[in-house]
Design a protein around this ligand. Structure first.
Ligand SMILES: [Zn+2]
Length: 90
């Protein structure tokens, strides 16, 4: 049921998650980093909820990542995430 499992994602967006070119995410092992999170891709992976399979640049491992509300992070955590970007733009 896409309508139900996708509800959390849509609700999350309404509640202020930062989606797009500069999204703070957390991997399954708790590593924080920033990445590109494009909503269209999220919708395609809706069977995974708000999680996405991606390589974690902090632990250097493949993992499921989920978006994190910046407001729920401490300044140190935000700073750490800023310093670990999985963004490869020349
Ligand atoms: Zn990790």
């Amino acid at each position: 049921m896409v309508a139900i499992t996708g509800g959390g994602t849509l609700l999350g967006r309404l509640l202020g998650y930062n989606h797009g070119m500069h999204t703070v995410v957390r991997c399954r092992q708790g590593h924080l980093f920033t990445t590109i999170w494009i909503p269209e891709i999220t919708l395609k992976a809706v069977d995974l909820g708000v999680a996405r399979l991606q390589r974690c640049p902090v632990g250097r491992h493949w993992t499921l990542i989920t978006p994190v509300k910046p407001a729920s992070l401490t300044d140190d955590e935000r700073q750490f995430a800023e310093q670990h970007r999985d963004v490869r733009i020349p």
